[in-house]
Design a protein. Structure first.
Length: 490
């Protein structure tokens, strides 16, 4: 729960005059903008293997990152201490990096925040720099609970999974949690602060049948406190863990080729995130690396499609009261009714394009500079039922669980590995399939979506996005029909 301003100033042992002095040090050396990101994160994790807690850890990450901008150049330095000498040295180092190339041209934040006209409709910070709306209030503080109180919950999950399927060979349960206290200040004089909780439970199961092995992983992750550990959560994890195992063992590789692909609601949103979402991030578009560069206002897909990146879903893993530049969390339509409406902006790209930042400036920790990153990326629902979408397909595949994939941002080409699904023959789900690749091009796949289901779902798994640094995200999609994707099979 966000505290008052003094809590964060005391925690990081700084004063407002010190903050002002630090950003001034960056400006003094020739920078045009400077900001500070203070972080105190407490981490805990436990691992239950074969019914025994085999490992656990607790640590605290504490420090400050200092950024200085000059033209299109970023200088960044951090300190794991918040004493005056260390922070001043870091501020000077960041300034020297930013100004070390002489006359630089490009995006320049200047000495004003984004234009007042561009701020219309944005949620502003609440009193004393806290959030106007708190998207992740919590009751039970993870920092106050001893690790041993979580073990019975983990043991119950392991026992329930083993009891529901006699093919279970091994169960590994992990429980991790963290709380981050964040304080941000910039050369505009904007001070913001936040306290961010996160709890994650995951089960990895190995099944065996007639000498064959199948693996499955189920996870749930929320921005909330210890109150997330309920019987309802336990039942969700256990039920999903044993669901569809008969089909997994019966599954075969189908004959490959170009065909229609029906993507199931929820976790299939990872393809939306990877193959399309990254191409909407503004740094790729600012540099001309994205297939969607210079296409704002253009029709890019069916008018039945709207794609959102949302930092305002209560308790969601991708929720942000503020992004890591102090911009309030918000809901951003990237595509609305088939038209490309907005990129995902941090302050740098927003200034370059002359628009307001969208609250997508995110970072892994104080050791990293913020860059445009997704939050919860999903497609809005349509009008067609899942059953009608499947019935419309003469020959194709239905896929609902993806594993690792590869995407080329510039060209938009992607390859994803499918863990489970079904062959579709004459409008019916028939043979279970697995171990196939779905190959296509993101923008083309978006244009080739011909039906959108009325069952939108945001998956609550422990999704983490890597882009040189890691950030927690969520993804989702309704059932959709994509024509003409390549299925790599027999």
């Amino acid at each position: 729960m966000p505290n008052n301003e003094n809590y964060y100033l005391d925690l990081f042992q700084v004063t407002r005059p010190q903050l002002e002095s630090l950003v001034a040090a960056g400006i003094k050396e020739g920078g045009s903008y400077s900001d500070l990101f203070f972080e105190n994160t407490t981490y805990q994790d436990l691992l239950l293997r074969d019914g025994i807690v085999s490992s656990g850890g607790f640590h605290i990450d504490y420090g400050v990152g200092i950024r200085v901008l000059k033209g299109d150049r970023t200088g960044y330095a951090y300190s794991e201490s918040t004493d005056t000498k260390s922070m001043t040295e870091a501020a000077k180092a960041a300034a020297l990096i930013a100004t070390g190339q002489g006359n630089l041209a490009g995006a320049d934040l200047g000495h004003q925040p984004y234009p007042a006209a561009a701020r219309r409709g944005q949620t502003r910070p609440g009193p004393e720099g806290g959030p106007a709306i708190n998207y992740y209030p919590f009751v039970g503080d993870w920092r106050m609970a001893e690790a041993k109180v979580f073990v019975p919950f983990m043991e119950r999950i392991q026992k329930e999974i083993s009891a529901r399927d006699n093919r279970v060979l091994k169960v590994i349960i992990s429980l991790s949690n963290q709380i981050s206290d964040i304080l941000m200040f910039n050369s505009f004089g904007e001070l913001t602060h936040d306290t961010r909780p996160m709890g994650t439970v995951a089960a990895s199961i190995v099944f065996t049948q007639n000498g064959k092995i199948e693996n499955k992983t189920v996870s749930r992750s929320y921005r909330t406190g210890t109150e997330m550990l309920t019987d309802t959560l336990l039942e969700e994890i256990v039920s999903e863990a044993v669901k569809g195992i008969d089909e997994r063992f019966a599954a075969r590789r189908p004959k490959g080729g170009k065909m229609s692909v029906v993507m199931g609601a929820g976790a299939s949103g990872i393809l939306l995130h990877e193959a399309m979402g990254h191409a909407f991030e503004a740094d790729f578009n600012r540099k001309g690396q994205s297939i969607f560069s210079d296409r704002i206002g253009e029709k890019v897909c069916s008018e039945d499609i709207s794609i959102v990146d949302d930092g305002t879903i209560p308790g969601n893993r991708g929720a942000v009261n503020f992004d890591d530049e102090g911009v309030p969390g918000q809901k951003t339509f990237m595509v609305r009714n088939g038209v490309l409406e907005s990129y995902l902006h941090d302050r740098i790209s927003a200034t370059h394009f002359g628009v307001s930042p969208t609250g997508n400036g995110r970072r892994e920790s104080f050791r990293y500079a913020p860059i445009p990153r997704m939050r919860a990326t999903y497609m809005l629902g349509g009008k067609t039922s899942k059953e009608d979408i499947i019935a419309s397909v003469r020959k194709g595949v239905y896929v609902d669980q993806f594993s690792n994939g590869q995407v080329q941002i510039g060209e938009g080409d992607f390859t994803f590995f499918v863990k489970s699904g079904f062959l579709i023959e004459e409008g019916k789900l028939t043979m279970p399939v697995k171990d196939i690749n779905i190959i296509g091009n993101g923008p083309q796949a978006l244009a080739d979506i011909t039906a959108v289901g009325n069952d939108p779902k945001v998956d609550e798994g422990a999704w983490t996005c890597g882009k040189g640094q890691s950030c927690p995200v969520s993804c989702g999609i309704p059932t959709v029909l994509v024509n003409n994707l390549t299925v790599g099979g027999e």
